[in-house]
Design a binder for this molecule. Structure first.
Ligand code: S3P
Length: 433
């Protein structure tokens, strides 16, 4: 099991470009594979989760040439996928499993989707239920992977009210809707990331979006499109928090995707008093990009507004680190979803913060954190093999007087393969062993 030793380092500076957006990278591979023609992708996230998606489509007969972060995808059209030789192993990647199940439920062939220990424990009933309503036949282990999807089913359009705010479920139903008879509509209780609907439009598929309802008609085709993947705000978030809490910091994050369905972390940190300035805003390939300058600040505790939760869903582990350095109490409720991410992010973060000497109260659907100092020397943190937990506690080292040891960091490669290199370039002192 690999570890980080995060040594104290209190000054951060520099210009940083974090890798490509994970959500957009997955969708580029999926939509490029079922489009007509050749899609070229630049700036792909070269992380294990995206590679899982890429290899799955290769094993369904799609020719994908990869050179570092550039891809050439020879699309096979909506009906051109072939039966894979065996089960599709999707590693740690919930996005791959949930989105692909929408595509696979409509194929002529049977398929099986499985993953690592963490993915095998994650809830899939949320996609099985709407897909079954559309006519899909899926077996699972009590709503958990592996998913055995029976081919040869004719799907019908569905009008679906999402019971939870989940972009993965919305995307799954929309992707199945491409293959279904008639119209498929998904209404969401709160806004979630909109990359699937905007990328479908980019591939020439007609999608109608009105307030929080997205509709499309089945039976259409996708036309290949070149894609430049912007930097991932979820990865940039580690540096936003590090620079906000470090005693001395001035960092510029270049070309980050600031799609308004993803910027909850900026809003939350600003409410806490962070010094974050966006400049050079521009559009590229249908997404909004900006350079983000972050300087040290004195954060204060807040009650996190509920509408920001889905817009910052992956950033809470590192937001909790910000809260642990803020003056006063930070309160999060209505965020039960955090318990079913790559780990139970409420409990695992609470345990880690407690190991550092921070007081917090675990709630069923959230947490209350009292900001303070990291007073416990020789802390050892269990990341539960969750990439974002590992990186969050590495960020805590900019406020610690002692080394922090973080166990089980190998999954950092799933979303941010050069995290240690960039963190050290900015002035952190992380050693991997
Ligand atoms: C994602 C959506 C989010 C997020 C995940 C990626 C996506 O999940 O946590 O890391 O690419 O659609 P939910 O929509 O299930 O909250």
């Amino acid at each position: 099991m690999s570890k980080f030793i995060a040594k104290p380092a209190h000054e951060l500076s520099g210009n940083i470009k974090v890798p490509g957006d994970k959500s957009i990278s997955h969708r580029s591979v999926m939509l490029g594979s079922i489009a007509n023609g050749v899609t070229e992708v630049e700036g792909l996230l070269d992380g294990e989760d995206v590679i899982s998606t890429l290899e799955a489509f290769q094993s369904m007969g799609v020719e994908i040439n990869k050179e570092g972060q550039n891809l050439k995808i020879h699309g096979v059209g909506v009906n051109g996928l072939k039966k894979p030789d065996g089960a599709l192993f999707l590693g740690n990647s919930g996005t791959s499993m949930r989105l692909m199940s929408g595509i696979l439920a409509a194929q002529t062939f049977d398929s099986e989707l499985c993953g690592d220990e963490s993915l095998s424990g994650r809830p899939m009933g949320r996609v099985i239920s709407p897909l079954t309503k559309m006519g899909a036949v899926i077996d699972s282990r009590d709503g958990k992977p592996p998913l055995k999807i029976r081919g040869g089913q004719k799907l019908k359009g569905l009008n679906y009210d999402l019971p939870i705010a989940s972009a993965q479920v919305k995307s799954c139903v929309l992707l199945a809707g491409i293959y279904a008879d008639g119209e498929t509509c998904v209404s969401e209780p709160e806004t979630t990331r909109d990359h699937t609907e905007s990328m479908l439009k980019g591939f020439g598929y007609e999608v109608r979006v009105e307030n929080n309802r997205v509709c499309l008609n089945g039976g259409g085709e996708l036309q290949a499109k070149n894609i430049r993947v912007p930097s991932d705000i979820s990865s940039a978030a580690f540096f936003m928090v590090a620079a906000s809490i470090a005693p001395k910091a001035d960092i510029l994050l270049q070309g980050v995707n600031v799609n308004p369905t993803r910027t909850g972390v900026i809003d939350i940190l600003k409410l806490m008093g962070a010094n974050i300035v966006l400049s050079n805003q521009r559009e590229a390939g249908g997404e909004l990009l900006a350079d983000i300058r972050v300087r040290s600040s004195n954060l204060r505790g807040i009650s996190i507004p509920h509408e920001l939760i889905p817009l910052a869903i992956d950033e809470f582990p590192v937001i909790f680190i910000a809260a642990s350095c803020a003056v006063g109490e930070t309160r999060l409720t209505g965020a039960k979803e955090l318990r079913v991410k790559e780990s139970d992010r409420i409990q695992v973060m609470a345990d880690g913060l407690c190991a550092l000497g921070i007081e917090c109260e675990v709630l069923d659907d959230g947490i209350v954190i009292n900001g303070g100092e990291y007073i416990k020397p020789n802390s050892s943190i269990k990341s539960h093999h969750d990439h974002r937990i590992s990186m969050s506690f590495a960020v805590a080292s900019v406020r610690s007087k002692f080394d922090i040891e973080i166990e089980g960091v190998e999954n950092v490669k799933t979303s941010f393969p050069n995290f240690v290199e960039l963190a050290n370039l900015a002035g952190m002192n992380l050693v991997e062993s």
